[in-house]
Design a protein around this ligand. Structure first.
Ligand SMILES: Cc1cc2nc3c(=O)[nH]c(=O)nc-3n(C[C@H](O)[C@H](O)[C@H](O)COP(=O)(O)OP(=O)(O)OC[C@H]3O[C@@H](n4cnc5c(N)ncnc54)[C@H](O)[C@@H]3O)c2cc1C
Length: 316
């Protein structure tokens, strides 16, 4: 336990109904597993978020920013410190500038990615359709460099705003961001601004005008394909493993290892898409981790390939 009585009292006094203690993370992750967070705070304003980040810095308390928890596996023992969710305070989307033939759209980190897709669609702007069907928030998508075979977030992002531990906000242009497969970090010269990882406040997206019907047709096709190939209606965190740099994708390797339908406790390798681990009912994080290790061992044994989780595993 890292939060003592004084810290809990400060949080209670400052955040009132916006803080919950010993909050089960199974309520805040799409896998629907995970033990309690010592404190779970949903700041109602940017000012409150600023205050919280400054306080955690001064008090040297660990925190974890989350979006919708659609890429998170929280261990059964829970999370020491404070989980901060941005969906309550940072959810606006607006056009902030025109440049050349396109426009710059600012989406706050707690806004849902599907809302950004819908915003772009309503304004006949192309660039966001790759994200059709990816659940979660804009902040989570930026941090994960979310993407599909149709594109990645880095293709349309031209900058972000971050919140430093001092409480100052700073805009960071794309040139100072390091994007890789399902990962964002700040380049070296920026790293001093945020020890650990950056708290993302918003993203700026450069989008181009397009034809309304063509955009809608493309979006419909992408969603249709996704529903046909993925168990989208069941609790999961999307693709569990990163695809190896070359050769067969992770799902195919797991399938070839004979693990489609393999079950440990309530955790199941989807018979529809072998890179999806599903909570088929009553799974614990331990079940999911055991199934993850089973898949890794089988693929290593058969193909000599070490599968790396794409899902972020957090907890003590
Ligand atoms: C059915 C399904 C399908 C999916 N399909 C895809 C897909 O096609 N492509 C893809 O890339 N992903 C996919 N995912 C995974 C997931 O939806 C994405 O990674 C998504 O972008 C995560 O957003 P989130 O808000 O849920 O982030 P979370 O899971 O809450 O967090 C993910 C990471 O980002 C960090 N984070 C979140 N917000 C912030 C912030 N504001 N500042 C700093 N750090 C932050 C968290 O600490 C964590 O490390 C899928 C998931 C599901 C359940």
């Amino acid at each position: 336990m890292v939060l003592d009585r004084t810290a809990r009292k400060w949080l209670q006094n400052r955040f009132g109904e916006d803080v919950r203690f010993d909050e089960p993370m199974s309520r805040h992750t799409s896998l629907k597993v995970g033990g309690p967070a010592e404190a779970f705070v949903a700041p109602a304003t940017l000012e409150n978020l600023r205050l919280l980040i400054q306080w955690t810095g001064e008090a040297k308390l660990p925190f974890l920013i989350i979006g919708d928890g659609t890429n998170l596996l929280v261990k059964d023992t829970g999370i020491a410190g404070i989980v901060i969710v941005l969906t309550k305070c940072l959810n606006q989307i607006s056009t902030i500038a025109s440049r050349g033939s396109g426009v710059v759209v600012r989406a706050m980190a707690g806004a849902r990615l599907h809302k950004l897709c819908a915003f772009a669609m309503a304004a006949n702007l192309k660039g966001m359709n790759f994200a059709q069907g990816i659940p979660g928030t804009v902040g989570g998508a930026i941090m994960m460099n979310a993407g599909t075979s149709h594109g990645w977030i880095e293709d349309v992002l031209e900058g972000i705003t971050i919140l430093a531990p001092t409480g100052e906000t700073q805009t960071v242009s794309k040139e100072r961001l390091d994007f890789s497969y399902r990962k964002l970090s700040l380049k070296n010269e920026m790293a001093h601004l945020t020890p650990g990882y950056p708290v993302i406040i918003d993203g700026h997206f450069y989008l181009q005008p397009s034809d309304e019907r063509q955009l809608q047709h493309e979006a419909d096709e992408i969603l249709k394909k996704r529903r046909a190939s993925q168990p989208t209606h069941l609790p999961s965190a999307g693709c569990f493993f990163k695809n190896p740099a070359s050769g067969k994708p992770a799902g195919e390797l797991i399938d070839l290892a004979g693990l489609k339908g393999k079950k440990i406790g309530g955790a199941l390798i989807s018979p529809k898409h072998a890179n999806f681990i599903i909570n088929s009912g009553g799974a614990s994080a331990g079940d999911i981790l055991a199934l993850m290790e089973t898949a890794q061992a089988a693929v290593l044994n058969m193909f000599n390939i070490a599968l790396e989780p794409e899902v972020k595993i957090v907890g003590r």
